[in-house]
Design a protein around this ligand. Structure first.
Ligand SMILES: Nc1ncnc2c1ncn2[C@@H]1O[C@H](COP(=O)(O)OP(=O)(O)OP(=O)(O)O)[C@@H](O)[C@H]1O
Ligand SMILES: [Mg+2]
Length: 429
């Protein structure tokens, strides 16, 4: 007896509750079996559905939280801009401008956090020395943790490097460490370790998604209360928490998982009730630091020297801002607010245009379609694609189609100019 999946005669897959009773002759010998299968398919579907609506509910909570924070971030910018353009503008606008910039940066950080929670999104990648990340985390922890928790750090090779974003890497270690400390209210030992390892053909035994190769293994272990199987099964679910209301949001591990996934890595957890837990993060090792050192060197920004750039974006504000930044740097600027007009502008001016800055998310003709059409006019065209949603998949897609660079929104004036300089000074593909 029990739940089994089987196929009906018509080939439909059903989940049934299967019960079987033996039918005996008078002598006691078994004559046959009576089988009763109760179709559970619909009930299972309903369960799934209610699971999904719970998730939708949590997304709703999240969205209203974010909306509230974003409004708080936008208000000072809006007020500041209005004040600056009025006749009440202060004679020294610098403090006001600083507040506005800080506010906008906070908004960008907020969205980055949301995106890394959603998973599959990638921050700026650069070679990061892991010993540095651990030192930074330790520094932060020493200020926040209970005195009764002893912190041990072990880095196997000081040179270990991973390709990533240092803020995200610190965030991973902080989220895991804080969980570890919450699990040790009466004190204990928190251990953070890093080592380089190579997984061979048996990689998938460690984790179903693991590919063989070189990894950086980061682990955070504690000597705390541990987790039961029921808890372990759910820890990565967003908003799942066993902590009191107001103490935990249940987003810590979901965020860690989102970041780790976006790096092409994976997580394993080992835990014993009453003895402690160990979280192991496997991140693909950076190929070769030397190779990255040269490409990661900061480009000096050259002036536009009269180069002509075609800006394509459906957001009026972005067009005019980016346009002003480029003109101030000595570029000439053409603008288009959708794919169609970008194509006709390019057709008309392609002898003058040196590069196109193309928004990937526009109504009407999409960024990708516009890109294909531009390549048809000139296969050598240099296109910088921009998007507010930077995912590994999206970036790979546009780079494979031949884009010269990818610029993620929101970008600063110097990021814009740096990317342009880089693009214009490299040889055509
Ligand atoms: N090291 C650990 N030891 C014991 N339980 C843990 C440990 N790490 C995580 N957990 C369990 O997993 C749950 C989810 O962890 P997660 O970090 O996602 O959320 P949280 O810590 O409850 O809240 P938040 O991190 O958002 O403040 C925790 O509530 C806890 O029950
Ligand atoms: Mg947590």
């Amino acid at each position: 007896s029990g739940e089994v999946t089987m196929n009906t005669r018509s080939g439909k897959r059903v989940i049934v509750d299967h019960r079987r009773t033996a039918i005996r002759r008078h002598s006691g010998a078994i004559k046959g079996y009576l089988c009763v299968d109760i179709d559970l398919t619909i009930r299972k579907k309903q369960e799934q559905y209610s699971h999904r609506s719970q998730r939708l509910e949590s997304i709703g909570t999240l969205a209203s939280g974010i909306a509230h924070d974003l409004n708080n971030v936008l208000t000072p910018i809006l007020m500041g801009a209005n004040l600056l353009s009025s006749d009440r503008a202060p004679t020294n606008p610098q403090p006001l401008l600083n507040t506005m910039v800080a506010s906008a940066q906070r908004g960008a950080a907020l969205i980055q956090k949301l995106l890394s929670f959603a998973g599959g999104v990638r921050g700026d990648q650069a070679p990061v020395r892991i010993s540095q990340i651990i030192r930074e985390t330790r520094g932060l922890l020493e200020h926040t943790l209970l005195k009764s928790v002893e912190i041990q750090t072990k880095v196997a090779e000081n040179g270990s490097v991973v390709l990533g974003d240092s803020t995200e890497l610190v965030q991973i270690l902080m989220n895991l460490s804080i969980n570890a400390c919450d699990a040790m209210p009466d004190g204990g030992v928190l251990t953070i370790e890093a080592e380089s390892i190579v997984l061979n053909g048996n990689a998938s035994q460690i984790h179903p998604h693991a590919e063989p190769g070189a990894y950086l293994l980061l682990s955070v272990s504690d000597t705390g209360m541990g987790m039961s199987h029921e808890v372990l099964d759910r820890i990565f679910t967003p908003f799942y928490t066993t902590k009191e209301i107001g103490k935990g949001t249940g987003l810590g591990l979901a965020t860690v998982q989102g970041i780790v996934k976006s790096y092409g890595g994976f997580i394993t957890v080992y835990s014993e009730v009453g003895r402690g837990s160990k979280f192991s993060i496997y991140l693909p090792a950076a190929p070769d630091l030397e190779a990255f050192a040269s490409s990661a060197s900061t480009t000096t920004i050259e002036s536009g020297r009269g180069y002509c750039i075609l800006l394509v974006d459906d957001e009026e504000a972005i067009l005019s801002m980016s346009g002003s930044v480029l003109e101030a740097a000595g570029y000439r600027v053409l603008m288009a607010s959708d794919g169609m007009s970008a194509i006709s502008k390019y057709r008309e001016y392609h002898h003058q245009v040196s590069a196109v800055l193309l928004d990937m998310m526009m109504p009407g003709l999409s960024g990708l379609q516009t890109m294909d059409a531009l390549f048809e006019i000139n296969p050598q065209i240099k296109i910088i694609s921009c998007s507010g949603l930077r995912t590994v998949k999206r970036e790979t897609e546009v780079m494979e189609r031949g884009a010269a660079a990818f610029l993620s929104k929101p970008y600063t004036d110097s990021q814009l100019l740096e990317t342009l300089t880089q693009t214009l000074t490299t040889h055509p593909r």
